[in-house]
Design a protein around this ligand. Structure first.
Ligand SMILES: Nc1nc2c(c(=O)[nH]1)N[C@H]1C(S)=C(S)[C@@H](COP(=O)(O)OP(=O)(O)OC[C@H]3O[C@@H](n4cnc5c(=O)[nH]c(N)nc54)[C@H](O)[C@@H]3O)O[C@H]1N2
Ligand SMILES: Nc1nc2c(c(=O)[nH]1)N[C@H]1C(S)=C(S)[C@@H](COP(=O)(O)OP(=O)(O)OC[C@H]3O[C@@H](n4cnc5c(=O)[nH]c(N)nc54)[C@H](O)[C@@H]3O)O[C@H]1N2
Ligand code: SF4
Ligand SMILES: [Mo]
Length: 704
């Protein structure tokens, strides 16, 4: 894997971040006189990987500034001031782990084991370091976590129709004649999609369509941008299908063979044409007809589903509606055709060892990740008749900033009777609320194994440099706690690399060394499987226009029987005339990189994008301060005027730390923690707000 360079040698590894691109990386290692890796230099994408193709995003290309950041946590810390004060003193690892173990044991004795909630997410996507926390959870019967902050609504919507988390090879985008980026912004959020789009445009003159409420970097690069109102994708999808049936583009042979209820669907869509959809989406009839014709007339039409349009109360319904398009028109049959969201099923992992699934007791309660504010403030809808949560172990996530309804979240974290241990790389807003903070390694400092949702490679992330200070990996922390708490599982006595190797083999793949020799393993299934020619993922092999929503989640009664516009969103009203979308910022990755100077300099400050006519009506100039609010609270940000979105839509790119806002509460103060049906899911882009000029308001208050 090593290759000599002028300054350091380059080692192959994998980007660990929560991004569908999962780039194959080459990282320059800086060594000391003894040849030990002590730091990193240049980071570049691997040319030889057919998906990464030598391209990575700017934030990871600058990764040396994160690894060598002066603010990295290097030693365990114990809180010395009030909760959230950020006052800590350094302690040793033995004392730190003893304190955490004692707190967990003491609370378990008092309230039962479900009082402890190991809480984690995807700050690292490494399967061993990310998911190992479940082994501790299951071995000690701690409360479970229902993962809803990111993928739940997409999962429900995708599975409803297709029945399997897979789809046409994402590299086939390069062989498509039309690529539709539906509700995603890959220029910012998974740049490699653009590599394959560019190839199709250059080699085949392919058209690129973006469906997004505002003019993102991706929309600006498109041939056609449909700037619909947020939360109306189901209506647009229905209108396209209406045109397909109306104008003879429906592939009747295909739907008879491959779907469940084509006649019901055709009848249902009769009243859902472009005029109907125009009123809902705010797009013109001509725009909808034009897009429908383009889509219907192009055989090789590849729909890449982003996450963005699922982050609404009707998100699962919208995603299902979009997956119906390639079915009605038979596009799945063609190379470069069909739709894609995630390839996670192709890896068929056996995660028994990583997650300790053999120790799991299914009767233990499971708490909703996105409702952490409700859980910590004692909401009985979440706690059931179980004990309050009085202890948290947090790895790879920053819920005080990223979770919805963050006013409640902060109140919960401030509870004096709550013991919180946060294992982190930086002093995040969440770490500020900890009783004990533990310093974590970064991906170049520990071993791990990666899958990719956005392509088809199994990759490794070997430890290539020594950790700074006293940083320890997630696995090492779990081992230390398991020992102290008497948690028994063979995984706790293995190294991370041994677990990765054993997991690969148990899942039917070659082991670590063999994959390392080839650098990665391409797990892409054959064409017929990937295009569902051998059947969709349901028992009868058929795509479902009429999904069995009851099988997907408990809150199914509200779901439409057939693809539709579902009227469930937080609709604008007289008091809250704007619909707010909190789309990801290009230089941040969730809250990661908000600590790096390169990213902060480029993002500048939290901003609201307003349509110029809205801004004029409100009397807000470019660069003026605006206050956004609803029943949950208010935040102040700087306004920027933006064409390319509809009036009544406001965009606040995220996720800035709370401290970057006046008043110290970030944008998720305004976002609801209502679970999106049918199986939960955070609704980050589904918020009605009012917008007022902040400076004028201050002047008015001063004058009174
Ligand atoms: N730079 C950067 N990269 C990231 C992240 C980041 O924060 N920053 N986050 C990472 C993570 S965790 C994830 S899950 C992925 C997510 O990446 P994406 O799939 O891109 O999804 P979202 O980030 O939710 O939003 C994408 C777009 O959806 C649009 N959108 C919002 N509401 C609607 C709607 O109702 N309809 C339609 N059609 N579009 C809508 C938003 O305006 C936004 O431009 O990105 C990952 N990559
Ligand atoms: N307003 C708004 N809010 C959102 C979103 C949005 O679009 N808008 N997107 C949502 C989505 S899709 C997601 S996925 C969530 C994600 O939110 P988070 O889970 O908070 O996301 P990250 O920033 O990826 O990772 C969190 C932390 O993990 C730490 N970390 C990284 N690697 C390791 C490690 O190996 N060990 C340990 N112990 N820590 C590590 C990082 O330092 C970072 O502080 O945010 C959600 N919140
Ligand atoms: S595009 Fe995504 S996977 Fe690739 S380097 Fe950037 S954050 Fe990592
Ligand atoms: Mo996410």
């Amino acid at each position: 894997m090593a290759e000599s360079g002028a300054r350091g040698d380059f080692q192959g590894t994998t980007c660990p971040h929560d991004c569908p691109s999962t780039c194959a990386l080459e990282v320059e290692v800086r060594r000391d006189a003894g040849g030990v890796g002590r730091g990193i230099g240049t980071v570049r994408g691997a040319e030889a990987n057919s998906y990464t193709a030598g391209v990575i995003c700017a934030k990871v290309a600058r990764y040396a500034e994160r690894v060598h950041h002066p603010d990295r946590l290097l030693r365990p810390l114990l809180r010395t001031g009030p909760k959230g004060s950020g006052q800590f003193r350094e302690i040793g690892w033995e004392e730190a782990l003893d304190r955490v173990a004692e707190a967990f044991a003491e609370r378990t004795a008092r309230h039962g084991s479900e009082t402890v909630w190991p809480y984690y997410y995807a700050g690292t996507m490494g399967l061993v370091q990310r998911d190992g926390i479940h082994r501790l959870r299951h071995a000690l019967r701690y409360s479970g976590q229902l993962n809803t902050i990111c993928t739940a609504l997409c999962e429900a919507g995708w599975m409803a129709g297709t029945g399997r988390y897979a789809g046409p090879d994402p590299r086939e985008m390069a062989e498509a004649d039309l690529i539709v980026m539906w509700g995603g912004n890959p220029v910012a959020t998974q740049v490699n999609v653009m590599t394959h789009v560019s190839r199709a445009r250059k080699q085949r003159g392919a058209r690129f369509v973006v469906i997004d409420p505002y003019r993102t970097g991706t929309a600006a690069a498109a041939d056609l941008h449909l700037a619909l109102r947020p939360g109306t994708d189901g209506a647009l999808a229905c209108a396209v299908m209406h045109v397909a049936f109306r104008d003879g583009y429906a592939d009747r042979d295909y739907i008879l063979r491959a779907s469940d209820a084509p006649d019901d669907l055709e009848a249902h869509l009769a009243t859902r044409g472009p005029a109907w959809a125009s009123a809902i989406t705010g797009l013109s009839v001509a725009e909808i007809e034009g897009f429908a014709r383009l889509y219907c007339e192009t055989e090789r039409a590849y729909i890449r589903c982003g996450y963005g349009f699922s982050r609404s109360r009707n998100g699962a319904a919208a995603l299902h509606a979009v997956t119906c398009l390639p079915t009605v028109t038979g596009k799945w049959r063609h190379r470069g055709g069909g739709a894609f969201w995630s390839n996670r099923a192709i890896y068929h992992w056996d995660k028994t060892l990583i997650e300790g699934l053999d120790a799991r007791d299914p009767s233990i309660r499971v708490l909703d990740q996105s409702r952490i504010g409700a859980v910590l403030t004692g909401d009985r809808r979440d706690l059931g008749d179980g004990p309050p949560v009085t202890a948290l172990l947090i790895q790879n996530t920053n819920p005080v900033v990223v979770a919805p309804a963050s006013g409640k979240v902060r109140r919960g974290f401030a509870r004096e009777d709550l013991f919180t241990c946060v294992h982190e790389q930086f002093m995040t807003d969440t770490a500020q609320y900890a009783d004990v903070v533990l310093p974590a390694t970064m991906f170049v400092e520990h071993d791990d194994l990666y899958q990719s949702g956005g392509h088809s490679h199994i990759q490794l992330g070997p430890k290539i440099v020594e950790p700074p200070g006293e940083c320890r990996s997630n696995h090492e922390v779990l081992q230390g706690l398991a020992r102290r708490l008497g948690a028994e599982h063979r995984g706790f006595s293995m190294t991370a690399r041994e677990i990765a190797d054993a997991t690969l083999r148990a899942s039917g793949w070659p082991g670590w060394e063999e994959i390392a020799a080839g650098r990665w393993l391409d797990a892409q299934p054959d064409f017929a499987t990937a295009h569902f020619e051998t059947g969709f993922g349901h028992a009868d092999g058929k795509f479902r226009f009429a999904p069995d929503w009851a099988a997907i989640g408990p809150d199914h009664a509200r779901m439409p029987r057939l693809p539709d516009h579902m009227e469930a969103v937080d609709a604008a009203d007289g008091e809250h005339p704007f619909r707010m979308v909190t789309a990801p910022a290009r230089q941040f990755l969730n809250t990661t990189f908000t600590e790096t100077p390169g990213a902060r300099r480029r993002e500048v400050r939290p901003t609201a994008l307003l349509h110029p006519r809205d801004a004029a009506r409100l009397g807000v100039p470019e660069g003026g301060r605006v206050r956004l609010g609803n029943a949950r609270g208010e935040v102040v940000v700087t306004a920027r005027l933006a064409e390319g979105q509809q009036e009544g839509v406001v965009i606040v790119e995220s996720v800035w730390p709370n401290g970057d806002f006046e008043g110290g509460m970030g944008i998720n103060l305004l976002v609801s923690d209502d679970p999106g049906p049918p199986k939960g899911g955070a609704v980050f882009h589904d918020t009605a707000v009012w917008v007022r000029p902040a400076a004028a308001e201050v002047e008015r208050l001063a004058a009174e």
